[in-house]
Design a protein. Structure first.
Length: 373
């Protein structure tokens, strides 16, 4: 197989719905015209030489070895393989496939230290070794941010710069956000929505302390949270909590809030992860027509992204006064005047279906080039 336009994406983690499946669905929806893109879940098998695999849309699970995975999902379908390193199993598979001479690409959503945060030292070291070997030897690398691309390029002396591919929400979410803005509903009613998982609990507590009695344009600021959080997180009676919602329901939920809130670690080992990552919730807020308050590192990729397009504010502090000033800035007339233009520019350059298709074409060329004899 010297040339192939189709792509099969393998990923680890949980097999069901979630952030990973939403991200991959965005790739499927926006694949280049005339191509096929399939997704496959992978996990460790009963022993070190086999894998459990399940193709998206299928209820059946197979147990096969590395060479059979490459053959079934790659060679027999005229597809190149991209493996996302989002679990210990997928990282080990990628390493073994590359060591066996298979020309695969790898994708990175999170740094290995984030993936191993709950692992034993032994398992953490094994994951880091597989992760490093996979990136260093991959025929193409896909990342979620420019900062992450620069980081891995310098760490592994990559021959080609990584391809930056961010989450692109479905078009119906963009249409909803555009209709909301066209109806003059920018930043109204005043309220913060956290949609997704909460890990940065220190930042969250500081945000709530600042927001509790705050008023914006004469109205009380509301706070809502739909997603997962640790049982150690104390719930506040005045915060509107709810479960993670499918996108159709989240669209309607978002109409009751004015901006999206993104908390990220500002201290310790988590700051490296926060600097490199680009959260899917940021793309989602932009699509919904909501400016963003990033509560995290000022030098992070997400902060640079917001500054580049003018999509929100970053506060790298737990000081209530600074948090309040950032919230006020988002609701100012000056910010509102620029937001619609900024959102449209961001869509065209980074988050539209066409932008995703361009990057997938780039990935296909890189993998085909690496496969030439």
């Amino acid at each position: 197989m010297t040339d192939a336009r189709n792509l099969t994406v393998l990923r680890g983690g949980t097999a069901g719905p979630g952030v990973a499946s939403d991200f991959l669905n965005g790739m499927v929806d926006n694949r280049p015209e005339g191509t096929e893109l399939r997704t496959v879940w992978i996990a460790s098998g009963a022993n070190q030489s086999t894998w459990r695999v399940r193709e998206a849309g299928s209820d059946s699970e197979d147990i096969i070895d590395t060479s059979m995975i490459v053959k079934r999902f790659g060679d027999e379908r005229g597809s190149r393989l991209l493996v996302y390193l989002n679990s210990a199993a997928s990282a080990r598979f990628a390493r073994e496939a590359l060591e066996a001479g298979h020309p695969i690409g790898v994708g990175v959503w999170d740094h290995s230290t984030f993936l191993s945060r709950a692992m034993s030292r032994r398992d953490s070291e094994a994951l880091a070794a597989d992760f490093d070997a996979a990136i260093a030897n991959a025929k193409a690398v896909v990342c979620v941010s420019d900062t992450m691309a620069d980081f891995y390029s310098s760490c592994y002396d990559l021959t080609a710069p990584p391809i930056v591919l961010r989450y692109s929400p479905p078009q119906h979410v963009w249409d909803f956000g555009s209709s909301r803005l066209a109806a003059g509903q920018y930043c109204h009613p005043p309220g913060a929505l956290l949609a997704g998982s909460l890990y940065a609990t220190r930042e969250w507590r500081a945000f709530l302390a600042a927001a509790r009695n705050m008023e914006v344009n004469g109205e009380r600021l509301r706070v809502g949270f739909n997603g997962w959080h640790s049982r150690r997180v104390r719930r506040r009676s005045w915060v509107n909590y709810g479960p993670a919602l499918p996108l159709d329901e989240l669209r309607e939920r978002s109409s009751h809030f004015s901006f999206g809130y993104v908390p990220y670690w500002r201290t310790g080992r988590g700051r490296l992860h926060a600097n490199l990552a680009f959260p899917s919730k940021a793309s989602l807020y932009v699509a919904l027509g909501m400016p963003i308050l990033l509560h995290g590192p000022q030098e992070s990729d997400c902060a640079q992204f917001l500054n580049r397009f003018g999509l929100g504010e970053t506060v790298d502090s737990t000081d209530a006064k600074l948090i309040g000033e950032s919230i006020t800035a988002i609701h100012s007339p000056q910010f509102a005047d620029e937001y619609v233009r900024a959102r449209a520019e961001c869509y065209e350059a980074e988050l539209s279906g066409a932008a995703v298709a361009r990057r997938l074409e780039q990935l296909s060329r890189a993998l085909n080039s690496a496969s030439l004899p």
